[in-house]
Write a protein that binds this ligand. Structure first.
Ligand code: RIB
Length: 301
């Protein structure tokens, strides 16, 4: 079973020709309002990949709550640990440009109010064969507690270092598998190795290998249309991206993490899990909206 501790948002998405620069106002086109949040997206992806999932998260008692939880309510996800707080439901303002690039601003609201007690309750039945899946869109002390509980029973911890945060190194040290994009990886690498001239011309694969050896962890670095690399103290491999026509990359990383966790939960090898997750993430780029775009396991060719 997968225990996902994370955020729930309602996403407000609009399209612009090009993303605004600082101080600029740009006029968007249509407005799409759809459920999101990295925690909810990853929980839904893991569920659509065929695993049992419990989501530990918080929403507000406002007009956006029902729309934000619609998909997770309809899915076969255990939501007994989704709490409603006297706050606004998390909101993400998402701008997409004509090239599929995006900018996101999140108003965290209830996501910042999830308590240690909520996490203790939600993870109380976790066993060593379960997986803890986390991202960084909720406060550090909550993630720290979740990681502490999973470590205590030797459960696998999958950390997605999105959005980039200064506490990633602390969580990475305690996690089993760290999934990051290039930007998050560079900042983690410099946190662990500082800037050293000798690393300057090294490939990401080499750098990832070094950080895997140093921490004795598996690193997965997603590289967009260049695919991904994976290194552990035993393995080093690259997987090319699947070719799709990209409409919207929002939620692709979440789809990847959810599918990766589910495949591992179902006993597949790391390499096979990454291949499936990579295909699922590519499919997630072909539709607008984070959750709407997450495929079901049967759609993966
Ligand atoms: O990763 C995509 C998600 O990031 C969106 O659904 C949005 O809610 C933001 O949290």
């Amino acid at each position: 079973m997968i225990f996902c501790v994370g955020s729930i948002n309602l996403d407000f998405i609009t399209n612009v020709r090009s993303l605004p620069i600082k101080g600029e106002t740009v006029i968007g086109d249509k407005l799409v309002i759809s459920p999101g949040g990295k925690g909810a997206n990853q929980a839904l992806a893991a569920s659509r990949a065929g695993s049992k999932v419990r989501l530990i998260a918080a929403v507000g008692n406002d007009q956006n709550r029902d729309a934000a939880v619609k998909n997770i309510l309809e899915a076969d996800i255990d939501i007994t640990s989704v709490v409603t707080l006297n706050a606004n439901t998390g909101i993400a303002f998402i701008i997409l440009d004509d090239f599929g690039e995006n900018q996101i601003v999140v108003s965290a609201g209830a996501n910042n109010g999830l308590s240690i007690k909520d996490v203790e309750y939600g993870l109380a039945s976790m066993r060593s064969s379960d997986i803890l899946l986390i991202q960084q869109e909720i406060p550090y002390h909550i993630l720290e507690q979740a990681v502490k509980m999973a470590s205590a029973i030797n459960a696998m911890i999958i950390l997605n270092t999105a959005p980039k945060n200064s506490y990633s190194p602390k969580l990475a040290k305690k996690s089993s598998i760290i999934v990051c994009n290039e930007v998050e990886f560079s900042s983690l690498f410099s946190d662990f190795f500082a800037y050293k001239q000798k690393h300057k011309d090294q490939s990401i694969l080499d750098k990832s290998g070094q950080i895997s050896n140093l921490l004795e962890k598996t690193f997965v670095v997603t590289l967009g249309d260049k695919g991904l690399i994976c290194t552990s103290s035993k393995n080093k491999f690259e997987i090319p991206a699947s070719k799709v026509s990209v409409v919207d990359t929002v939620g692709a990383g979440d789809t990847f993490c959810g599918f990766l966790s589910a495949c591992l939960d179902q006993g597949k090898s790391l390499e096979e899990s990454l291949i499936i997750a990579n295909k699922a993430a590519a499919l997630a780029c072909t539709k607008i909206g984070a959750q709407h775009a997450i495929p079901k396991i049967g759609e993966i060719g």
